[in-house]
Design a protein around this ligand. Structure first.
Ligand code: 13P
Length: 251
């Protein structure tokens, strides 16, 4: 069954104390509510364990924002998928455009990260999306196809089924410029058609494809109404409980 999901990506924001306050406030706001979507928060590594013990992880899933491309050992400063899992997190955001752009993540490193995440029972939230120049040249389809083929189309259908996809046009991230509902639907449908070609209709039907990029309380409903938009990956608007809850309420 396809799931609707609203996931927050806190990026590099919030001290431990601030993050704990945000997570517990969100937890209180959602407690006992029956929601029409799953809710996930993607916190910095250092918050994961504390947040996991402070909130109801059945109501709010926890994601890391990255993991190492190596299993364990002499990789100073890195955090492995097994370590993330041991905090109580069940998800990991992989392939975010900021990591591709600023930390040199390639199709190959992401392929390794996805495999390690799955091996450690973490569900990857795998991000794809084009930059502005590519959109202006109408190359967005070719870009997302290469990103999928380069890092996740090697998986078995069963493993692919554990992945949440997030389409995030880079030109819409943190810019206040959102893809129009029509633009989002068009490329989400294309992404689903690629999944169907590769893994068959059932896997494609069940795939959750989130939209990310300046999604907020004002535009979430219009975006989520599209048949192939199954929720959002939310940056800035996930840092305030009222804003994030208003997006959850869009479902
Ligand atoms: P904004 O919602 O701040 O545009 O960020 C989107 C994003 O990058 C989520 O991963």
């Amino acid at each position: 069954m396809r799931k609707n999901i609203v996931a927050g990506n806190w990026k590099m924001n919030k001290t431990l104390q601030e993050g704990l306050a945000l997570a517990t406030e969100l937890n209180s706001a959602l407690i006992g509510k029956s929601l029409n979507c799953d809710v996930i928060i993607g916190t910095p590594f250092i918050h994961l364990a504390s947040v996991a013990s402070a909130i109801d992880t059945k109501q709010i899933g926890i994601a890391a924002q990255n993991c190492a491309d190596k299993e364990s050992g002499a990789y100073t400063g890195e955090v492995s998928a097994a370590m993330i899992k041991s905090t109580g997190a069940d998800y990991v955001i992989l392939g975010h455009s900021e990591r591709r752009a600023y930390y040199g993540e390639t199709f190959e490193t992401l392929k390794d990260k996805v495999l390690l995440a799955l091996k450690n029972n973490l569900n990857p939230i795998f991000c794809i999306g084009e930059v502005l120049a590519e959109r202006e040249e109408n190359r967005q389809n070719e870009v997302v196809k290469a990103q999928l083929e380069g890092s996740v189309f090697n998986l078995s259908a069963e493993d692919f089924g554990k992945i949440i996809l997030a389409y995030e046009p880079v030109w819409a991230i943190g810019t206040g410029k959102t893809a129009s509902p029509e633009q989002a639907q068009e490329i989400h449908a294309y992404i689903r058609s690629l999944v169907a070609q590769k893994f068959g209709n059932q896997v494609a039907d069940n795939a959750t494809i989130l939209y990310g990029g300046s999604c907020n309380a004002g535009n979430a409903k219009e975006l989520f109404t599209n048949p192939d938009v199954d929720g959002g990956l939310i940056g800035g608007a996930s840092l305030k409980v009222a804003d994030f809850c208003a997006i959850i309420d869009a479902f």
